[in-house]
Design a protein around this ligand. Structure first.
Ligand code: NAD
Length: 444
């Protein structure tokens, strides 16, 4: 099939590479000329495991090309995916400007029947607006399909190649057939392609993200209560997760969810409720709990140092990305924490395996901040280590080396990745989330 993907970010580029890898001819369009130039040279602008090899191989074999020209993209694609960003607008709703601009542009360049697929996360009713935008500039026939994306950054290729399910919202059997043919190679183990009406498909994406965010916020709330009540959230997590009605995934407490999806999608869902005259109280609370949770580690740090304050203190921070295996720092809890520490007059040595460049772009240049090239370098002269992202490589550190480098053996672990038994043996003071602290040598 000839496929065009408009928007070559996390979703568009992964989708483009995976569709090309199953033998389709794919054109990726992006309005960012620099990005397209880099992609043409085989440089991948984001970090995503396996993506670089797949893009380079399919480009070399001629199935994957890149352009800034909508005209070229629309002419070549029988199926045209819209995978541009839908950032949060000032009032919390999804900003559909890019989606509707692209829709209009598709309409302007169409010369025959096209299937136009909303892959961006868009609120219920958007397909209608996309249809209207296209119809306002063309009399050519077309169908608008909704196909929300469920990939996870850090595992995007795997998720796309082997999805739990594919959700497709269609208006006709013609649209359904095109989508079934396109996705057939991805569901060979009989994972379902769920064909439904368009509004239900649009709603499914928001309901899924809000449900996952709810689990995170619920566990964070329980972890705070565990701390007060002397319970251990790890035991509670296993205790509830082994109930088959609940399940183990998405039950880890921490310092809040971030990324480009959960925060904005929960907000947009609240806004959609508002538009339909419904106050989505639970969704509002998911968001509120998350915002507060991003401040929990900062509060523990302030409490530990007490009246002595944080001015002039030096902190090592391990992990900046909103989760491991990505360089995405949008809405990352590390951003909130680092800003708090900087405002309190501390200096920071930051390390992340992939996200230092993106983090610096978002935080801005700062005289109190140094980026270092490995996690141990960050510890030199540090009053404490703060862990913000659960990268695997942080899980079994060399404590002896850490003690030698740090001013005091003190750790604040926002992701509960270290073993308290080992920590106690090693003489560290250790603060974590929803579990009793280990009170070692560094008491002040
Ligand atoms: P992104 O910001 O990484 O990429 C969007 C791309 O669209 C950018 O490269 C941008 O230059 C391009 N673009 C913007 N306007 C354009 C235009 N008019 N013409 C051509 N290109 C244009 O965004 P993303 O993370 O890939 O997300 C895209 C959509 O997918 C969003 O709606 C998001 O909510 C959704 N989504 C994201 C993820 C994720 O994990 N990132 C997962 C599922 C769904």
């Amino acid at each position: 099939m000839n496929i065009t993907i408009v928007g070559s970010g996390y979703v568009g580029l992964v989708a483009g590479a995976c569709f090309a890898d199953t033998g389709n001819d794919v054109v990726c369009v992006d309005s960012n000329a620099q990005k397209i130039e880099r992609l043409r040279k085989g440089e991948i602008p984001i970090f995503e495991p396996g993506l670089s090899d797949m893009v380079i191989r399919n480009a070399k074999e001629g199935r994957l090309t890149f352009t800034t020209s909508m005209k070229e993209g629309v002419e070549k694609g029988e199926v045209i995916f819209i995978a541009v960003g839908t950032p949060q607008d000032e009032d919390g709703s999804a900003d559909l400007r890019h989606v509707l601009d692209v829709a209009k542009s598709i309409g302007q360049h169409m010369t025959g029947f096209k299937v136009i697929v909303d892959k961006s996360t868009v609120p219920v009713g958007t397909a209608q607006r996309v249809r209207a935008a296209i119809a306002s500039v063309t009399s050519q026939p077309f169908e608008v399909v909704s196909n929300p994306e469920f990939l996870k950054e850090g595992a995007a290729i795997d998720d796309f190649m082997k999805p739990d399910r594919v959700v497709v919202g269609v208006e006709s059997e013609r649209g359904a057939k095109v989508m079934r043919d396109l996705y057939a190679p991805f569901v060979r183990t009989n994972n379902p392609i769920l064909v439904m009406d368009v509004p239900s498909a649009e709603m499914t994406k928001y309901a899924a993200n809000a449900m996952l965010a709810a689990r995170v916020s619920f566990m964070n709330e329980i972890s705070n209560l565990c701390e007060r009540a002397g319970a251990d959230v790890d035991s509670v997590r296993v205790g509830i997760g082994t109930d088959s009605r609940i399940g183990m995934s998405f039950l880890f407490p921490g310092i809040g969810y971030g990324g480009s999806c959960f925060p904005k999608d929960v907000q947009a869902l609240i806004r959609t409720g508002h538009d339909f005259g419904l106050d989505l109280k639970l969704s509002r609370s998911i968001e509120e709990v998350n915002k507060a949770q991003k401040k929990v580690l900062g509060r523990k740090i302030s409490q530990h140092f007490g009246d002595a304050g944080l001015k002039g203190r030096h902190f090592a921070v391990w992990g900046l990305a909103f989760k491991p295996k990505t360089d995405d720092v949008r809405e990352a809890p590390a951003l909130v924490l680092c800003k708090e520490l900087l405002e309190a007059g501390a200096t920071l040595s930051l390390f992340d395996p992939e996200a230092m460049k993106t983090f610096e772009e978002l935080l801005g240049k700062h005289s109190q901040v140094t980026y270092v090239s490995n996690n141990y370098d960050a510890l030199k002269g540090a009053d404490a280590l703060v862990i913000c992202t659960e990268w695997n490589e942080f899980r079994r550190p060399n404590f002896k080396k850490m003690r030698e480098l740090m001013k005091a053996p003190l750790i604040f672990d926002g992701r509960n990745i270290l073993d308290r038994g080992v920590i106690a043996q090693e003489g560290f003071t250790y603060h974590c989330i929803g579990r009793k602290p280990v009170l070692g040598a560094a008491q002040n």
